[in-house]
Design a protein around this ligand. Sequence first.
Ligand code: KIV
Ligand code: ZN
Length: 522
Amino acid sequence: MTDQTTPKDRVVIFDTTLRDGEQSPGATMTHAEKLEIAELLDDMGVDIIEAGFPIASEGDFRAVSEIAQRSKQAVICGLARAQLPDIDRCWEAVKHAERPRIHTFIGTSPLHRAIPNLTQDEMAERIEQTVTHARNLCDNVQWSPMDATRTEWDYLRRVVEIAIKAGATTINIPDTVGYTAPRESADLIRRLIAEVPGADEVIFATHCHNDLGMATANALAAVEGGARQIECTINGLGERAGNTALEEVVMALRTRNDIMPYETRIDTRKIMHISRRVATVSGFPVQFNKAIVGKNAFAHESGIHQDGMLKNAETFEIMRPEDVGLSATSLVMGKHSGRAALRAKLKELGVDVGDNQLKDIFVRFKELADRKKEVYDEDILALVTATTEGSDRLQLVNLSVTCGTGGPAEAALEMEIDGREASATCQGDGPVDATFKAVRALHPNEAKLQLYQVHAVTEGTDAQATVSVRLEESGMIATGQSADTDTVVASARAYINALNRLLVRRDKTGKDTKEISYKDVS
Ligand code: KIV
Ligand code: ZN
């Protein structure tokens, strides 16, 4: 079903993690990661996947084309500025999909019109020409007036009408700078639907940024006003403070269906897994107190809360953890669990893995179960993350570290680099510093460490640590992540993982997405 046939009580979910989300500084994903996330989104029931910005780089073009070829149920959409070559390039990429869509946009507020120096009439003409062109190529066209919430009402109404007449099938109203508030968001959509001729022939969409922390509230208010497409990203990833979070709007609609009676197609049990994968591949860990997907979202610390939970979980939980893929399961995992139990557990957690990946996860699981009394769901999800890696030109073979109060820490490291073994011993200011120095001794590089972050996956001193490392080299950014009960080993793996990603990126040619200007419309 495409959005053109959306029943009035259904909201279609448009996920832009791979486009707007990937625009977060430092969130660039590899080609393989983009394919993986697209497949997870499609399997979860996302209606439309905005897979990238095909004119931005060869890499984006290739990713959108391949995602289009592999798509199952989802509409595959690409972004294009209001320029004919952008739209042609976008069509070349999305046309492989069973259900393609072109999304073209232009900044319509006074601030944005001033950049290409177009008058209102000139911009209106450009909109007419570009939407018509897109519609001649594809019968599913989305048009967005960027910075709509700061565009003069009369002009916004005029250009929306032009876009509809030129053939747009979805009109997206972006709050590009996260400026609007819920009542205004609802009123804007309601007024456009009431006053623009032809508005009842198209779907209105809402695209909210989170600069004032109101993105989810504004998106839901827009639905109250008549929008039937919500644009969002996993974990709310996106420029600056991010976008509306998919998991928040979907769970809000599901939990408060009594006052917001709209359905989505999302299989919510897949939310936790995809959230963790996006956190890993983007290098943006999820904050602990983030709604739905944060580590503490279902944790209860106070005695009164714990007591209430034991008597009736509904006392302090408005949804069940298993609704979002954190199963309160009967399957307790430990060192006696076999491969079949692991596969069943992964299935419960909404994770589908192939035989080879299961083999790798099983090896890591057994190692962990030997070291750790209880293996929690979170541990298993962390293992999945740690065994889903891309390039492996650099590999950790062995690491032993001496540290303590007696003197500088010393790390003895063995690595395999392009198939050859090498070793080095370095001293440093603590075990992690010594280890990173040893990696640099074996693989000299100029990459600057932008972020080093450690999170405990579960409680207790035997908990696994998830380590994130972000590196920057000549404007290229790469992040690596790993998990282990040994924080130093996890740190070494995360660092090596980030270096592997930099190597992949170095080999890539073409302009990076972030270099292209959205404002460059002339
Ligand atoms: O925030 C925004 O305005 C956008 C547009 C390109 C739709 O992302
Ligand atoms: Zn945006």
